[in-house]
Structure formats: structure tokens, C-alpha cells
Design a protein around this ligand. Structure first.
Ligand code: ZN
Length: 199
């Protein structure tokens, strides 16, 4: 706990420690920097935080952060509403979008199952996903694009079971050797999966 001659400074340092990975020392450095060198920036930061908290919600269809009831991606009529790609985060969605290879819709879970940290299905967007799958526009294929980690696989498993009980087709992103890589330098797990998933 920081103790300075200013109660307001202590409160600021405490508030900054809410950020992931920020302890008391970095929080203090941030507070001193903002107050000493960048008061304009500090005010911009405060206003952006307030505006974000007041104005950003979850898209009613895909659950990602959105200024509107329905986000621009879900509102785009040229996208195939029958394909629903399930991702963990807006960053993962952006990575898929950058390929330009996918023209379906998304569902963003906003996390993945982390049983060891007590993060279960109710802590990520599994319930909104179930609602999404049961309401129009109808989905014909659910594409699982969660991470290829133990947690990502567990999340994919739960989503797959959910979609299968609704009679939907479920597919998973293929695991393969990265484009441009030499086999010699690829880890054995990836080579094994690529071999198993060969086509
Ligand atoms: Zn959306």
C-alpha cells in the first residue's frame, strides 16, 4: 500500500493497480508520470475511460464490444449469416479478418475456459452464444477458432457439444505447419497434428 502526503495520489495509485500486471511500483510510476509530465494526457485518459464505460456495450448478435446495438460486422448484409466463427477475443477476430478469406459472421466469447483460475462457462459468453444459436438469422455451421492450447481446446469442446445438441454442423480450424516455415524448425506437436489432419 502506497502512503504519500496526498490521499488523492494514493487513490490514483490504487486505481491504476486494477490494470492487469500492474503492481504498486508501476502504478506509482504511471501516476507520477501523468501528474508531473502529462496532465493533458491524464485528462484525455480519464475522459476516454468514462466515455468507453458509458458508451460501449456487447453487440446483441456477436457479443463483441460495440458502440451500437448491432456491430458493423453483424450489420453487413453481404456476410454469410449461416457461418458462425467462434473466437476468444476481438483480437482473434481481427486476425481472421486480416486474412480476407472469411466472409461469414462471428461470435466473440470474450475469454476462454480457465478451470484452474475458476473461469467457467458462465464467466465467458457461452450463454449468449446459446441464445445466438437459437435465434435468427439461422446458423448452419459453427466454426471453432479458439486457441490451440489446453484451455482453448476445452473451450472448443464445450462449444462443440452445445452446437451439436442443437443439431448444427461443427468444424474446427485445421492445425498445420505455418506458411513459410521449414519443417526442421517446426515443433513436433504441430508436425504430428499436420500429419493427422493431412488432406
Ligand atoms: Zn456483432
Amino acid at each position: 500500500m502506497a502512503t504519500s502526503p496526498s490521499r488523492r495520489l494514493d487513490q490514483l495509485i490504487q486505481a491504476l493497480q486494477r490494470l492487469p500486471g500492474v503492481g504498486v511500483r508501476s502504478a506509482s510510476r504511471m501516476a507520477y508520470h501523468l501528474l508531473q509530465h502529462d496532465r493533458n494526457g491524464a485528462e484525455q485518459l480519464a475522459q476516454a475511460l468514462l466515455a468507453a464505460c458509458e458508451g460501449i456495450r456487447h453487440c446483441a448478435l456477436c457479443h463483441t464490444f460495440s458502440d451500437e446495438e448491432v456491430c458493423p460486422t453483424c450489420a453487413d448484409p453481404s456476410r454469410d449469416a449461416g457461418l458462425l466463427c467462434v473466437v476468444e477475443s476481438p483480437a482473434d477476430q481481427a486476425a481472421l479478418e486480416r486474412t480476407g478469406a472469411y466472409r461469414g459472421r462471428y461470435f466473440v466469447l470474450m475469454g476462454r475456459l480457465r478451470p484452474l483460475d475458476g473461469i467457467g462457462p458462465d464467466d465467458i459468453g457461452v450463454r449468449p452464444l446459446l441464445e445466438r444459436l437459437q435465434t435468427p438469422p439461422p446458423v448452419r455451421e459453427v466454426i471453432l477458432a479458439t486457441s490451440f492450447t489446453a484451455e482453448g481446446e476445452a473451450t472448443a469442446h464445450v462449444v462443440a457439444r452445445l452446437a451439436q445438441t442443437l443439431g448444427l454442423k461443427v468444424t474446427r480450424l485445421a492445425r498445420g505447419v505455418p506458411v513459410g516455415s521449414e519443417l526442421e524448425y517446426v515443433d513436433p506437436g504441430t508436425i504430428a497434428h499436420a500429419l493427422a489432419d493431412r488432406r
